[in-house]
Design a protein around this ligand. Structure first.
Ligand SMILES: C[S@@+](CC[C@H](N)C(=O)[O-])C[C@H]1O[C@@H](n2cnc3c(N)ncnc32)[C@H](O)[C@@H]1O
Length: 268
């Protein structure tokens, strides 16, 4: 296995690698993080910011009947929460393994999330067919071309529709993926855009994580026709003991971990 940061070849398809990686690791991922994610709960990141309190998608009572698309839904916990509010939700993911976990949770859940296999970069839905598109840590960190991703989201949103997403805060990129205070020294330039890459011994792409600076996030949204409404950088709550990759009570009070953006598709 080779691990490092390097540009991808133009013909390499991270979506294919992610479909495989997330399927192979779906059960372990949920065994590790399932308690934090819940089954029909909507958390925006390891800080535990909960949609029922933050209302980033808006007043919950107004979501009843809304057409909502989740991209990179994983086991679809957030979609199940929205289905419970009466939203007409569809949960999508590129990984069949993650969708199988979602189906298995659906089986015993009161509010179920309809599931569709889809690459966030190639959404198989008609123009203007949703009022809200969102993701909590899905798709965004895994694609190089944010403009292409956001343009596809804008296409399936009705004019005036809301797009909200959370992703690793760009500042995290500079530090090792470790939760300890020891690892608060900058090791990578904020401006280095080479993705984090894992390759098998045959050189095949196994896993990719991409970095987008704050201005890249903002500019890709405006280029795709969005007006940015609000940005959140949740603080680590005092006393929260959860450790999740580079997030945890030692380091996260010092370094922002999660970026959340709410934007509106402009009406032409
Ligand atoms: C960290 S999980 C986020 C899902 C869920 N909110 C959670 O916290 O577990 C990332 C998800 O993004 C999905 N993903 C990665 N690249 C994708 C792509 N190009 N299109 C759709 N889903 C993708 C993965 O399969 C995975 O289920």
């Amino acid at each position: 296995m080779w691990v490092g940061r390097e540009p991808l070849d133009p013909d390499e398809r991270p979506s294919v690698a992610h479909s495989r990686w997330w399927s192979a690791n779906a059960a372990d991922y949920l065994a590790e993080h399932g308690d934090v994610l819940g089954e029909a709960d909507f958390v925006w990141g390891p800080e535990g910011l909960d949609e029922s309190e933050a209302e980033i998608l808006g007043d919950p009572s107004k979501l009843r009947g809304s057409r909502i698309l989740e991209i990179g839904a994983g086991a679809a916990q957030c979609s199940r929460y929205l289905a419970g509010l009466g939203a007409r939700v569809v949960a999508t993911d590129v990984s069949l393994g993650m969708l199988a976990e979602a189906a298995s949770i659906n089986a015993s859940a009161l509010a179920k999330a309809p599931l569709v296999a889809a690459d966030g970069l190639r959404l198989p839905f008609a123009d203007g067919s949703f009022d809200v598109v969102f993701t909590s840590f899905g798709v965004v960190p895994f694609v190089e071309d944010l403009e292409a991703l956001f343009a596809g989201v804008a296409r399936v949103l009705a004019p005036g529709g809301v797009f909200a997403y959370s992703a690793p805060h760009p500042v995290r990129w500079m530090f090792p993926d470790s939760p300890t205070k020891r690892d608060m020294t900058v090791t990578t330039s904020y401006f280095s855009s080479d993705p984090y890459v894992e390759r098998g011994d045959d050189g095949e792409l196994v896993y990719v994580e991409c970095h987008h600076t704050l201005s890249e996030h903002m500019n890709a949204l405006t280029t795709a026709g969005f007006a940015i409404e609000r940005v959140w950088e949740p603080e680590w709550p005092e006393g929260r003991e959860v450790v999740w990759g580079g997030w945890g009570p030692e380091r996260s009070p010092w370094i922002p971990g999660t970026l959340i953006v709410r934007a509106k598709r402009k009406c032409q």
